[in-house]
Design a protein around this ligand. Structure first.
Ligand code: C2E
Ligand code: MG
Ligand code: MG
Length: 717
């Protein structure tokens, strides 16, 4: 019994089953002498009960017992898979019963009378067998535990894990394949890997899955697109595969066993990347290429044009009235208009052309296939034509036009930057000339642009060097010809060019933002001059001051005026604010609120150049406007003998209907005055009654009039 330790021996439990008490006792004694724990039963039935009560390792069983035979015990042990060895100890001489017992599942057979050593040897064998079986069982349990663990790990992997045989057919797939692609592994086992691979990835897949590789090339990483159950869909996988050889140390081709692989779903990452790439190169509102992509394409087009000695055209397109649409109709409609415009322009293009949005209402086109000016003009005309049809947005018919500047390679520039700048200059030239059209870049535009830059520089200097002046042009009552006010008009005493008029620098001041400083200068000077006149006894003077949109958009626009009036101790009625219709249209809600505050201060509001802007006449009723100024273009058309007065007539009638004050500008002749007076126009401004003069001259004029002179006589004087 040396196979078992002392503890194991005492723990080894033997059940002795015999109906003969003597036999039972002597056997019990013998067995306990060896240190085993012993129990006994006097019948098969009792033995069966005992076996049910606790564990026994060995049963020494007599076969011949009254009632139930020993065979029943063997049957019971086998049937209930009781882990004990049964050794039959029987006096039966015939071998038949021994064979039956062994067949039924007894471990050994001892014939009575037995020699104790024989008994011990048999018991020892049985115990050793027991131990072996138990150890086996433990190993089996451990193995199944670890297999379960591996299976769990593999099946719960977020990646698809697979094995392919030498022919590329699946021999193993984990459960993830179902979650990732909607395909059951059962359907896929035995199938060729290509059933899963999307057409566009077949080539790479072949490369990594069917090649036998060894050494450093054994493991391969490749990005593949795999098909989903719904064949139209596919997902991206980062796939690592490894050639598997039967013998790990044998990398020879003969040992190639197949491919082991792991495929990680990177679809989300790929899609996010796609979105990021898309956003980096596209305008999100119109889905058109953005500036970066346009510049890229232009670079390519320039390289090709150089190589093939060809032309190409860059166009800059700016919508003419977009700000107005945006401000009056709201940004949502503005956005939709931009989208619709983009689509219409695209309809005019050929494959290979690029239409990009540069932001705002600016579009740019790269046309690599133009053969020269003629082709480019055809496309520009087509675009302008296409835009003529109204855009229907929420039941509104919106009309837009565009200004297009064209730069043709190589004459308008040989580099990307030069071409873009040339197209931009040409576009501005169209704008300057009244918009809605196209123009090719000309060298002279560079000069204009340089001249602009020059003016800007000089204007900045003018502000510092005090070269700006404010002059005052009288406004008179049409009937009494008495002065009712003045308009403040800016002049620039240029050290080299002499007197420069506002039309030559105000637009540049507006473009560059210098208008804010210029405007402040005019307003301050005007207030100071009015103040001086009042101190000289002329306290009933009203002066109109021109304001640009940017000034009114300033958040402290009102505060600035209030502060100035206060500083010079002036009542609001001394001032009239002249704005153009475009200013009103820019940001209606904001402007209306600011104008109301001005009115509350006693300041009058006049609409300048009335009839030349984009009047939506309805604003006249909503805004607190006092005066309409008829533009001198309409006044100059008054030629009584030839007609041409219908617009003036209409404006006068409308002003009367709305109870607005009317000032006619640019009145140069008596017949014009006569005509306006007859119509009922209240006030007149024009060379007929004087040009804009300096503050000093104006003071003298006021003094002479106060002394009883009339304005015409002062002019003669
Ligand atoms: P505007 O406000 O419509 O001013 C009237 C213009 O008509 C003035 O031109 C004036 O000199 C001119 N004018 C007046 N009567 C006659 C006439 O009988 N015949 C002719 N042919 N012209 C006459 P000016 O001073 O050259 O100003 C041009 C424009 O520049 C102004 O038009 C106004 O829009 C702008 N401007 C002038 N001063 C300022 C200013 O301080 N700020 C701003 N933002 N704009 C100003
Ligand atoms: Mg004016
Ligand atoms: Mg005017």
């Amino acid at each position: 019994m040396s196979a078992l330790s002392v503890d194991e021996v005492t723990a080894y439990r033997v059940l002795i089953v015999d109906d003969e008490p003597r036999q039972r006792e002597s056997l019990s004694e013998l067995v306990s002498l060896s240190g085993y724990s012993v129990a006994s039963a006097s019948s098969a039935a009792e033995a069966i009960d005992r076996l049910g009560e606790c564990r026994y390792d060995l049963v020494l069983l007599d076969l011949n017992m009254p009632g139930m035979s020993g065979f029943h015990v063997i049957d019971h042990v086998v049937e209930h898979k009781i882990p004990c060895k049964v050794v039959v100890v029987s006096g039966e001489a015939n071998f038949e019963s021994a064979r039956t017992a062994l067949n039924k599942g007894a471990y050994d057979f001892l014939k009575k009378p037995y020699v104790p050593d024989e008994l011990f040897a048999t018991m020892k064998n049985a115990a050793a067998r027991n131990a072996l079986e138990r150890a086996n069982q433990q190993v089996r349990e451990k193995l199944s535990e670890s297999e379960y663990l591996h299976r769990f790990i593999v099946d719960h992997s977020p990646d698809i894990v697979f094995m392919l045989d030498q022919d590329g057919c699946f021999t193993f797939l984990n459960d993830t394949v179902y979650q990732a692609l909607g395909m059951s592994k059962r359907d896929l086992i035995g199938q060729h890997y290509s059933v899963l691979v999307a057409e566009q990835s077949k080539k790479q897949a072949k490369h990594v899955f069917t090649e036998r590789r060894s050494g450093e090339r054994k493991s391969r990483n490749v990005e593949l697109q795999l098909k989903c159950k719904d064949e139209s869909e596919f997902r991206f996988f980062d796939t690592t595969s490894m050639s598997v050889t039967l013998n790990q140390h044998d990398d020879s081709d003969d040992a190639f066993h197949g491919t082991y692989g792991v495929a990680r779903d990177i679809t989300e990452r790929k899609r996010a990347q796609e979105v990021i790439n898309y956003q980096a190169y596209h305008d999100l509102l119109t889905s058109l290429p953005n500036r970066a992509l346009m510049e890229d394409r232009l670079n390519i087009a320039i390289t090709q044009a150089k190589r093939n000695n060809q032309n190409l055209a860059v166009m800059f397109l700016d919508l003419d009235r977009f700000k107005w649409v945006n401000d009056t109709m709201g940004h949502t409609k503005g956005d939709r208009l931009l989208q619709a415009v983009g689509q219409r322009i695209e309809n005019c293009l050929r494959k290979g052309d690029t239409l990009a949005r540069f932001g705002g209402d600016e579009f740019a086109l790269v046309l690599p296939q133009v053969r020269g000016h003629h082709d480019a003009s055809t496309i520009a005309e087509k675009i302008l034509n296409e835009l003529k049809e109204p855009f229907v947005i929420d039941d509104h018919d919106l009309y837009v036009s565009a200004s297009i500047g064209i730069a043709v390679f190589p004459e308008a520039g040989q580099t990307r930057e030069a071409l873009i700048q040339s197209a931009d200059l040409a576009m501005y030239s169209v704008k300057d000339k009244g918009k809605n059209g196209f123009e090719f870049f000309k060298e002279s535009m560079n000069e204009t642009s340089n001249a602009r830059l020059n003016t800007e520089r000089q204007l900045r200097r003018a502000l510092v060097n005090d070269e700006l002046r404010v002059c005052y042009q009288p406004q008179v009552n049409a009937i009494t010809e008495k002065i009712v006010g003045f308009e403040a008009l800016i002049r620039w005493e240029h050290p080299e060019h002499g007197l420069v008029f506002p039309n030559d620098f105000i637009p540049i001041a507006e473009e560059t933002g210098l208008i804010l400083e210029v405007g402040t200068f005019v307003l301050e000077t005007t207030c100071r001059d009015i103040c001086a006149w009042r101190e000289a006894g002329m306290d009933n003077v009203r002066v109109s001051v021109n304001f640009s949109a940017a000034q009114i958009e300033q958040p402290d626009f009102i505060e600035q005026i209030v502060e100035l009036l206060k500083r010079h101790d002036l009542p609001g009625r001394c001032l009239e604010v002249e704005i153009t219709e475009n200013v009103i249209m820019n940001d209606m809600a904001n402007v209306i609120q600011k104008l109301r505050r001005l009115t509350a201060l006693g300041i009058k509001i006049a609409v300048d150049d009335f009839g030349t802007g984009y009047s939506s006449l309805s604003y006249l009723q909503q805004f607190p406007i006092n005066t309409l100024k008829i533009d001198k273009a309409f006044v100059s058309s008054i030629n009584v003998s030839e007609g041409g007065t219908s617009i003036v007539n209409a404006i006068v009638a409308m002003a009367k209907g709305l109870s607005l004050n009317l000032v006619a500008e640019g009145v140069e002749t008596d017949p014009q005055l006569e005509y306006l007076r007859e119509l009922g126009c209240a006030e007149i401004q024009g060379w007929l009654f004087g040009k804009a003069e300096s503050a000093e001259t104006t003071r003298e004029l006021l003094q002479r009039i106060a002394a009883g002179a009339n304005i015409r006589s002062t002019m003669v004087a």
